[in-house]
Design a protein around this ligand. Structure first.
Ligand code: PGA
Length: 261
């Protein structure tokens, strides 16, 4: 973990009813209150629960973000949600380019670029997800894939807008599979991403940009992963659905300063 305050984000995907979502964030706000100084916590609920989760938290220390957004400002785009609609609710964060959006919903590099630019230009904190498939890793293309996904999304973006960017490195083969990248594999990919960020902006911006690891993060593997010098927190799917396991990961993030890096 670098000197940046760690960020632990829960991606709930298409899970939880409204009541479950609201009671979870209420309990989370209580359980994590004494860790607010040492770690930042975010939840990405389904769109339909954003308003209820925000109201339940009442400007507390837990952030609420959307799992996706449209790159178009408004108009005839049935089923889409605009950035202005999210901002109108008071949403501060958005997830862009999650592997399920890329590989299940077919979002292209260019579409993800448009979304990333639109979200950052509108002042939303943007968590851009990148990562290779198992075939790409086995072919030795991990760095090339991460480079292409990062470079395309950030192409032409003014450096000052990168202040609101977080990158989540999520190897596709580790998402929801129980297989996690080793801490060394994660560190290698994160160091490469930080190097590329410096080339795309400048050293200071790259050092201040959080790079999260995602893919089967659990309370048991989080301390070692978060102990790596370029891992600034985690994007957590399955283990963020239960309070106990998510709190275990948040505690691991808060304690990372004590671990050797
Ligand atoms: P997982 O999901 O923790 O269940 O592997 C991570 C993600 O999809 O962001």
């Amino acid at each position: 973990m670098s000197s940046i305050k760690p960020l632990i984000a829960g991606n709930w995907k298409m899970n939880k009813t409204r009541d479950d979502a609201v009671s979870f964030v209420e309990q989370l706000a209580q359980s994590a209150s004494d860790l607010a100084n040492s770690t930042q916590v975010l939840i990405f609920p389904a769109f339909v629960h954003l308003d209820a989760c925000l109201s339940a938290l009442d400007a507390g220390h837990i952030g609420i973000g959307a799992q996706n957004c449209s790159h178009e400002p408004d108009g005839a785009f049935t089923g889409e949600i605009s950035i202005a609609m999210l901002k109108d609710l008071g949403i501060s964060h958005v997830l862009i380019g999650h592997s399920e959006r890329r590989h299940v919903m077919g979002e292209t590099l260019d579409l993800i670029k448009e979304k990333t630019h639109a979200a950052l230009q509108a002042g939303l904190h943007t968590v851009l997800c990148i990562g290779e498939t198992i075939e790409q890793r086995e072919a030795g293309d991990t760095d090339a894939v991460n480079d292409a996904q990062l470079t395309t999304a950030l192409d032409g973006l003014p450096t000052d807008l990168m202040a609101n960017l977080t990158v989540a490195y999520e190897p596709v083969w580790a998402i929801g599979t129980g297989k996690t990248a080793t801490p060394d594999d994660a560190q290698q990919a994160h160091a490469f991403i930080r190097e590329r960020l410096a080339e795309l902006s400048d050293d200071a911006t790259a050092q201040n940009t959080r790079i999260l690891y995602g893919g089967s993060v659990k309370p048991g593997n989080a301390p070692e992963l978060f102990g790596m010098p370029d891992v600034d927190g985690g994007l957590v799917g399955g283990a963020s659905l239960e309070l106990e396991s998510f709190m275990g990961i948040i505690r691991a993030g808060a304690k990372t300063d004590a671990l050797p890096s």
